[in-house]
Ligand binder design. Structure first.
Ligand code: KG4
Ligand code: ZN
Length: 333
């Protein structure tokens, strides 16, 4: 009999549902919450309310697009954490209620582990052990992936995440939230003519708060000389900031590859949609003799396909959650 997993993701500002049949994605639906643009960042209370409004329609659409019936579902996998607690509560409560009514098991999923396992939603799949640079709005990690559910964080940010560096730069430049995609687009029209400093942090850890401060002072000083400095140099500023963020990420990834001797190298998370990072990794991979794995866009930013894939591997191992499960905002591997 086939194993069909319904995946549900609601950790931040995307309400998502996906159907996975025997390891293959049949549908992957995301409702993004545009409302946060108005506020320049995610407003947690608004996010939870939007999840409540969207979740029934999103799950229903995922089931219909997959061409299955509710009674065909073997288990429901949901994001337990980390994330915004109000947002997580919506997905968790919905999943518990639906699993109870269908009398099927529940599988809890760690959001960051799921970003890594998004690579198993498509081909080619990395071979174990591999390294994954997971870069999102809240996390920046180099993960040693020994097996589906066996992962170790080798290095991570000591302050801001890479996605935050993009988003906070965007705020300074007057761009809408989330600014990552817009900076990416503008960077393609500019040249990296401005030099921003590289942080000095040990080994495989990252830091992005110093970069943010240096951009703030750089813009302040230049605006004193020319009030239109940002408008006249926007594309070049974006290209320069993006190049620095990407160089910081790839430099550490290369150290991790050298230290571990691993040549299977993947990227994941929202920032892995960045064209500078994707091209940079492909280039570095060629030079270093790595096999590189870059997810399709739909598996980079938050999605439920990755939750369903992770749920599938837990299902195969018989790891289930009880009806007493509650979401957790901060959560280790
Ligand atoms: O993984 P994700 O969807 O959500 C979290 O788990 O945080 O990542 C969202 C982050 C945001 O900071 C967004 O600006 C960034 O990913 N992002 C990008 C791009 N697309 C999304 N950053 C740079 N370039 C992009 N193309
Ligand atoms: Zn995420």
């Amino acid at each position: 009999m086939s194993i069909i997993i319904l995946g549900i993701e609601s950790s931040c500002d995307d309400t998502a549902a996906a159907i996975l049949k025997d390891g293959d994605i049949l549908s992957n639906v995301v409702a993004s919450q545009e409302v946060h643009r108005l506020y320049g960042g995610v407003v947690p209370e608004v996010a939870s309310r939007a999840h409540q409004e969207n979740i029934v329609a999103v799950v229903d659409l995922a089931i219909r697009k997959a061409g299955i019936q509710k009674r065909d579902i073997s288990a429901i996998a949901f994001t337990k954490g980390p994330g915004l607690i109000g947002s997580l509560i919506v997905g968790t409560s919905f999943s518990k209620a639906m699993a109870l009514s269908l009398d099927i098991p529940l599988v809890e999923v760690h959001h960051m582990q799921a970003h890594v396992l998004a690579h198993f939603a498509e081909d080619p799949k990395p071979a174990f052990p591999f390294l994954c640079l997971t870069v999102s709005g809240g996390h920046t990690q180099i993960v040693l992936v020994k097996d589906f559910l066996e992962m170790e964080i080798l290095g991570q940010t000591i302050d801001d995440a890479a996605g935050e560096a993009f988003d906070k730069t965007g705020k300074l430049l007057g761009l809408d939230y989330p600014a990552g995609p817009m900076i990416d687009e503008l960077a393609r029209q500019g040249k990296p003519v401005f030099d921003f400093p590289e942080p000095k942090v040990s080994e495989l850890d990252f830091s992005f708060s110093g970069l943010k401060t240096s951009i703030l002072y750089f813009l302040r000083d230049n605006k004193k000389q020319n009030p239109d400095f940002i408008k006249e140099n926007l594309a070049d500023i974006c290209a320069s900031v993006q190049e620095r963020i990407v160089s910081i990420l790839l430099k550490k990834l290369r150290i991790a590859a050298q230290q571990t001797g691993i040549r299977e190298i993947a990227i994941a998370g929202g920032v892995s949609a960045n064209s500078g990072l994707r091209n940079g990794l492909a280039e570095m991979g060629k030079a270093e003799g790595w096999n590189t794995y870059i997810p399709k866009f739909e598996f980079c930013t938050d999605n439920a396909g990755m939750i369903a894939v992770t749920g599938y591997h837990k299902f195969l191992k018989g790891i289930f959650a009880s009806q007493e499960v509650t979401p957790v905002a901060r959560m280790d591997f």
